[in-house]
Design a protein around this ligand. Structure first.
Ligand SMILES: [Zn+2]
Length: 84
């Protein structure tokens, strides 16, 4: 039973820690002009990048696409932790 509780706590911790950047982003970043970001077109990548030459993108073995940040968010991408 103890392990179940630890697992639950871990899941809770991760959902809270990953949800937080979105909250702050909504209110602090409201630029009318769409800023473009870079994504790796792959099923395994879930981050978008500010920098085309980011270390995170360097691992991308597929094509790299430049799309508006709002579109990246809509597609379920999250901000890269290296370049943001
Ligand atoms: Zn990055």
């Amino acid at each position: 039973m103890k392990t179940v509780k630890i697992l639950l706590a871990l899941v809770l911790f991760f959902t809270i820690s990953t949800a937080q950047p979105f909250k702050t982003e909504k209110y602090s970043l409201q630029s009318p002009s769409a800023s473009y970001v870079y994504i790796c077109v792959s099923r395994t990548s879930h981050a978008y990048h500010r920098n085309r030459y980011c270390r995170g993108l360097g691992r991308c073995k597929h094509s790299i696409k430049r799309i508006p940040e709002s579109e990246a968010i809509q597609r379920g991408y999250r901000r890269c932790r290296i370049c943001y």
